[in-house]
Design a protein around this ligand. Structure first.
Ligand SMILES: Cc1ncc(COP(=O)(O)O)c(C=O)c1O
Length: 410
């Protein structure tokens, strides 16, 4: 096919000819993602591909579309804001940004926000804030202890904080000052603490690492250790936050309050955003310390305000808790029917996983896809569920039937 390029930079419109998006993606997009499915639209917990095939979506943009697709409240908020002010920079106050910060302040018991565009960036902000605390109060200490199997992002510093070698090896040398210790092991954190340590960074429920909740004893132990040693406790809520675990913040399950918490993914219902929240002790940024062009942009914040309002008005945190319990029960049944394939399960709320005897997660995902179900993995031997908070029992039942058939066909 010969294409003429229009002034817009895209091939001239040829309505009668269907474009081969897969081939075009391979030609024009860098090879960072292995993908062959073209998604076209979504509504609620359903998405449709470019051929019109329908899928039940239990991936939700990887724990991001917390209200499902095209939620009318989010759509309306974006539309209304777009006609008023799309962008204004952080040289000026924008009302939606303050409203979103106010909601988070009230939900977190008094933490103030800084908005960015992604989870990695939110964590970068947390790392910088901890380092500033070290410079002001601890003779320049800058070391951060994070956990094995953790995931904190793809920038160099957050890669250094991520406790999975496969994400680190290619990028050595990484920024200094990061070390990882086993998760749910308080003594390991204590043993790793030295004069240079300034912060402990932890997910209350590890997401990418395979959906491992922290024990209450562990998280409370970390809180007490940080208080005793004058360390900053940072909880990465990027995946586990926004009500998914049956509490707005996953650390509320363990009755712990960190000094800093980071958010992203579901915060604006699918519009890019990140947030770094600091409690009084760590709230020490001054003008000029940190910044961003897009972070806290009016569109993202309008979507965020609408998302949080909807979660609260529609009692979706309680709903996530109920649905999580139901999903857990149905997974248990699935496990007893396929006990030679499924070896374990775990999770909290609507953050669940089951382990496989063999590294067949990709096979199972492919078979589920054929049957019109989107699920994802966490490594080669773990199937992960991070559905939208709006799913209903009938969706869970449909998903279980499709997984049952996929496992039977292995
Ligand atoms: C716990 C956690 N932190 C940070 C990140 C990075 O977020 P982003 O991809 O928005 O940079 C992720 C992404 O999966 C995550 O799960």
């Amino acid at each position: 096919m010969t294409t003429t390029t229009s002034s817009s930079g895209t091939a001239a419109e040829q309505p009668s000819e269907k474009r081969d998006w897969v081939a075009l993606e391979h030609k024009y997009y860098q090879s960072t993602f292995k993908r062959n499915l073209v998604m076209e639209r979504g509504e609620g917990a359903r998405v449709w591909d470019a051929n019109g095939k329908e899928y039940l979506d239990l991936v939700a943009g990887i724990a991001t579309n917390v209200l499902g697709h095209a939620h009318p409240n989010v759509v309306r908020a974006i539309q209304e804001q777009a006609t008023k002010l799309i962008h204004v920079s952080n040289l000026y106050i924008n009302e939606r940004q303050v409203e979103l910060a106010e909601q988070l302040y009230n939900l977190s018991g008094g933490m103030r926000s800084f908005f960015s565009n992604s989870g990695a960036e939110a964590n970068e902000g947390a790392i910088k804030l901890a380092r500033k605390y070290g410079r002001l109060h601890r003779n320049g200490a800058f070391g951060i202890i994070s956990m094995e199997r953790s995931f904190h992002g793809r920038t160099l510093a957050t890669t250094a904080a991520t406790g999975q070698k496969k994400y680190q090896d290619t990028w050595l040398p990484l920024p200094e000052g990061f070390k990882q210790v086993p998760f749910n092991d308080l003594d390991a954190v204590k043993a790793a603490t030295d004069n240079n340590t300034i912060a402990v960074l932890v997910e209350a429920v590890q997401g990418e690492g395979g959906i491992y909740p922290a024990t209450t004893e562990y998280l409370q132990g970390l809180r007490a250790w940080c208080d005793e040693q004058d360390l900053i406790l940072i909880c990465d809520e990027v995946q586990a936050g926004m009500g998914r675990t049956g509490k707005f913040f996953s650390w509320e399950n363990m009755e712990v309050r960190p000094d800093i918490t980071t958010m992203a993914k579901g915060l604006a219902g699918g519009v890019p955003i990140g947030a770094m929240l600091a409690g009084e002790r760590a709230d020490i940024f001054e003008p000029g310390d940190h910044g961003t062009t897009f972070g806290g942009n009016p569109i993202a914040c309008a979507a965020g305000v609408a998302t949080i309002r909807t979660i609260l008005d529609e009692h979706l945190i309680e709903h996530a808790d109920d649905m999580g319990e139901y999903l857990e029960g149905r997974l248990q049944e699935l496990r007893s029917r396929h006990s030679s394939i499924i070896t374990g399960q775990r999770g909290l709320g609507l953050m669940r996983a089951f382990d496989l005897a063999d590294p067949k997660a990709n096979d199972i995902m492919d078979r589920a896809l054929e049957r019109g179900l989107l699920i994802t993995n966490a490594g080669p031997s773990t199937i992960r569920f991070v559905p939208p908070l709006i799913i209903e029992r009938s969706d869970v039942d449909e998903a279980m039937e499709k997984i049952d058939a996929s496992l039977a066909a292995l």
